[in-house]
Design a binder for this molecule. Structure first.
Ligand code: ADP
Ligand code: MG
Ligand code: MG
Length: 885
């Protein structure tokens, strides 16, 4: 396998990066080669593979002799295509050095532009371009970028020098700097470098090139990149490719420009070109917010009521070519593209294309629109939408009727509503969010160092930056509402205060953002629940058509059941009865039951609970008519219900007639050292059968009553924490006996089934035998993960993050099923259960039932359904469809 592939400039097929996929040449390299391959104007270049990065990092940061030779050869490809040579004083080739992992990663190294300039070549550039100002502008950009990115010098000193130079001359903007000014600044910059570095700025262009390549490779292991990978589940062993590409210049005067664009609106999905551009500028200027970028289309400029001409108006010819490229790229990739381009003296060059990041709303609209346009089919549309992104749409939006105390308006950079306390830096955001507080991160602008804080925040507000600024792009990717470029926001970081317009605020004050309109509001504005209509509804209908597994919900209150039904739940997979015991009105009776000395005492307390439980089930059955309802009998260790303070003991004493001292002694006896493996689950039913008797009675009485109203009810009674068939037999006998009693009393019978959770490794191993008694299995993968890994979910936070970082687990096994390990038990139990009882019903009810990767696994095992929390039901419907395709 080769280490370097070329693109553009008529690369021959052998070497062409187009022959390798993005796992080898990275996303940027693959798409540059692809664009060149379909005849678009792409400056020629070459790509060093991700494999080279991995071996460089593993091999102690050394370049092999082969790589050096291959790069030298590839460089001649660029030289002959462009007709200039690298390091040549008379007519120098300049290149950019760009990172490019498999997926785009904001944490990676910043690009170095204009590489190949030094004190001699800059003169050649001035001569060949006939533009001295341009040449020195390019050189000062290069020194600053290279010093910052490769040499690790603080860019503050350079910015300061530029500020002083402008002040001295009385200039307001960089555009006023002339050739002599830039030349003087370059001398200044070189002095700074020599002072800070202890040696001069590297003049040898080959040294410059390898320095930049090493910096790209090293940036794969930077803290920024690691944080981004952890948040986005990107494996640490992918590595990044390096792209070296001939420079084209957007800073060659008024007929040159640079810009970024999307073929459709990434926030709304609207079919309209969307982007920003700057005349006489280089790539980084648009995103960095140094100058305010202008609108791409006339329509967008008019809508925003902005003065500076759009590209469509200022450069109609280049714009026309660009629009044609947009159309071509969408047809080619059959997806919305995010594009970078540069115009050099009127000629258009393409510098990047990729499938654009988009909000969930836009993803849905585009997927549905593209099916209508005949660009993609339904199955592709289903695959296009990230199920987890739907989460953004399943949460409340601002009530349009609620009054808004508007502080200012910024750009609607990422839609959604968010309210929270103002925080002014990322670390504070993270700290306060960890305490459960809703926070809004407010920054002048964000940078990759802020990613952890953006993730922790409910929303992001920036004073600077456009719709394609760092904040906007990252926020859209994360699904965080964002308002950017709100220039009325003035932050005083030292005082931890801010002024918005004429209002003074401080860190901790509440504000609300509307990412769809750009409104920034004082206080917390009320919200309304979402509805699954329009494009969402359409995509869900398609998903339902293509999926095999059913989707149920984990819910125990009538309100949750109702919401889950609206979200499309096809039954309840897990109704946890203990949640009903915590109710304030009942907890005393529950405590009385637990603390009773004997069966008689327990029965007395249970008599009080029976009507309450019956009422619970009655309401749930009414909401869920026609659908299966799985009810789990009492599961948690009893100590979870014990009274704490004196007042609580006093209450139980009054209810039970026992003295407080007696109750305290009894509570101490119930203490367990390891309650998760203690007296819980079906062990309660085996030792205190009266508890399960009461619950079974409540279920059957309620079911008979609701059936009496003419509704179809099929209770599925689930016994938790079973490890042997005998346990299940004992409890099934009990349930059957209670059912017969209730049916006799009520004068009617109904169908019901009894099954078990599989949440102990022994249960999975003995599944063949357990299936003789159980009509269904529900994989309780929360406990099954705990018991298989021997890791306590409640205590794992302390070490799991490090485990994931070190690659011991790819993801948190309580969030995404450990398919390798726990997955084996699931598939083995499914197989053994089916061997005994071919029609056994199989489902999953752990947290994993709402996790797309785990859902995909459930499809491969052939489970009948997954069960997820109400808000995750639509996510599970889509994920189940993707899994089935
Ligand atoms: P990022 O991944 O951060 O966007 P890029 O490598 O895409 O980094 O480049 C940053 C900016 O520099 C972009 O605007 C890009 O278009 C511009 N750029 C990169 N290479 C060249 C080049 N060869 N000529 C002109 N501009 C370039
Ligand atoms: Mg880019
Ligand atoms: Mg459990």
């Amino acid at each position: 396998n080769k280490s370097v592939y070329t693109f553009g400039g008529g690369a021959n097929n052998n070497d062409d990066a187009r022959s390798r996929d993005k796992t080898i040449v990275g996303g940027k390299g693959a798409n540059l080669a692809e664009m060149a391959g379909i005849g678009l104007p792409v400056p020629p270049g070459f790509t060093i593979t991700t494999e080279e990065c991995v071996s460089y990092l593993a091999g102690g940061s050394d370049f092999s002799a082969e790589l050096r030779a291959d790069v030298a050869t590839a460089l001649t490809h660029i030289e002959s295509a462009v007709g200039k040579s690298f390091g040549n004083n008379a007519d120098p080739l300049l290149v950019s050095v760009r990172s490019g992992a498999r997926v785009s990663m904001p944490g990676m190294m910043d690009t170095v532009l204009n590489l190949g300039l030094n004190d001699e070549t800059v003169k050649g550039l001035a001569a060949t371009s006939g533009d001295e100002r341009f040449a020195w502008d390019s050189y000062r950009r290069f020194i600053q970028m290279y010093s910052d990115v490769v040499l690790g010098l603080d860019h503050g000193a350079f910015e300061e020098a530029l500020e002083i130079a402008k002040e001295d001359k009385g200039y307001f903007s960089d555009t006023e700097m002339d050739a002599g000014d830039w030349k003087a600044l370059v001398a200044e910059y070189e002095t700074i470098v020599e002072r800070e570095l202890g040696r001069p700025f590297p003049q040898d262009v080959t040294e410059q090139l390898w320095g930049a390549i090493a910096a790209v490779f090293d940036s794969w292991d930077s803290d920024r990149a690691k944080v981004y990978r952890r948040l986005n589940d990107i494996p640490g062993d992918w590595g990044t490719a390096v792209n070296v590409q001939a420079m084209v210049f957007g800073n060659m005067g008024e007929t040159s420009a640079t810009g970024v664009a999307f073929t459709r609106d990434p926030a709304t999905g609207e079919r309209a070109y969307f982007g920003e551009w700057l005349v006489n500028a280089q790539g980084e200027d648009v995103v960095a917010g140094i100058r305010t970028p202008q609108y791409l289309t006339k329509k967008a400029r008019e809508t925003a009521n902005a003065k500076p001409l759009s590209m469509e108006e200022a450069m109609p010819v280049a714009y026309g070519e660009l629009a044609a490229v947009f159309e071509l790229l969408e047809k080619h990739y059959k997806d919305m593209q995010d594009i970078e381009f540069t115009v050099e003296r009127g000629k258009l060059w393409m510098l990047q294309t990729r499938s654009g990041k988009r909000t969930a709303k836009a993803a849905l609209k585009m997927a549905v629109d593209m099916v209508a346009e005949g660009l993609i089919d339904e199955a592709t549309a289903i695959r296009r939408v990230d199920p987890m992104a739907l989460d953004q749409l399943l949460h409340p939006t601002l009530d349009p009727k609620a009054p808004r105390d508007i502080l200012t308006k910024g750009l609607p950079a990422s839609p959604g509503a968010a309210a929270g306390a103002i925080v002014l830096d990322a670390d504070t955001a993270e700290r306060r969010a960890e305490r459960g507080e809703a926070v809004i991160l407010v920054r002048v602008e964000t940078s990759p160092e802020d990613i952890h804080g953006m993730h922790a925040a409910k929303g992001i507000l920036t004073a600077r930056g456009g719709m394609t600024s760092h904040a906007a792009v990252v926020a859209r990717g994360m699904g965080r509402p964002c308002v950017s470029g709100a220039s009325a926001v003035h932050i005083d970081l030292a005082a931890r205060t801010l002024r918005i317009g004429n209002r003074d605020l401080k860190e901790g004050d509440l504000i609300t953002l509307d990412g769809a309109t750009g409104d920034v509001m004082a206080g917390e504005v009320p919200t309304i629940e979402p509805e699954l209509v329009g494009d969402f509804g359409t995509l869900m209908t398609w998903a339902d058509k293509h999926r095999r597994m059913k989707v149920r919900t984990n819910a125990e209150t009538p309100a949750d059941c109702q919401m889950a039904r609206q979200f499309g739940a096809e039954g309840i997979g897990l109704c946890r009865t203990e949640h009903m015991f915590f109710d304030e009105a009942r907890i005393t009776a529950v405590r009385q039951m637990i603390l009773a000395d004997n069966e008689a005492g327990r029965r007395e307390a249970l008599t009080k609970l029976l009507p309450e439980q019956r009422q619970d089930f009655h309401k749930i059955f009414e909401v869920m008519t026609g659908l299966p309802v799985t009810i789990r009998l009492l599961d948690p260790p009893l100590h979870e219900f014990l009274p704490h303070g004196d007042a609580e003991f006093e209450e139980v004493a009054q209810a039970s007639g026992y003295g407080v001292e007696h109750l305290r002694r009894r509570a101490a006896e119930l203490h367990e050292f390891n309650p998760m493996l203690g007296h819980r689950g079906c062990r309660l039913g085996v030792t205190y059968p009266e508890i399960y008797e009461m619950q079974a009675r409540a279920i059957f009485e309620a079911a008979c009553d609701v059936a009496g109203q003419g509704e179809a009810i099929v209770p599925e009674i689930m016994v938790p924490l079973v490890g042997s068939k005998r346990e299940l037999d004992i409890l099934k006998d009990l349930i059957d006996r209670v059912a017969a009693e209730v049916f006799a009393e009520k004068g009617r019978t109904l169908d019901y089934i009894v099954g078990t959770m599989i949440e102990l490794p022994r249960a999975a191993l003995m599944a063949g035998e357990i299936a003789e008694s159980g009509a269904f299995f529900s994989f309780g993968t929360n406990d099954l993960t705990q018991t298989t890994l021997g890791v306590s979910r409640d205590d794992s936070a302390r070490f799991l993050a490090q485990y994931v970082e070190k690659g011991i687990y790819q993801r948190d096994p309580f969030v995404s099923l450990d398919i390798e390990g726990v997955g084996q038990l699931v598939s083995l139990a499914a197989e053994r259960g089916r061997a005994t009882r071919p029609d056994i019903k199989l489902g999953i009810c752990g947290e994993h039932g709402g996790d797309p990767a785990s859902i995909a696994f459930c499809e491969t095992v052939g489970l009948d359904y997954v069960s997820a929390s109400p808000y995750r039901v639509p996510i599970a419907r889509l994920a189940a469809a993707q899994a089935a395709l």
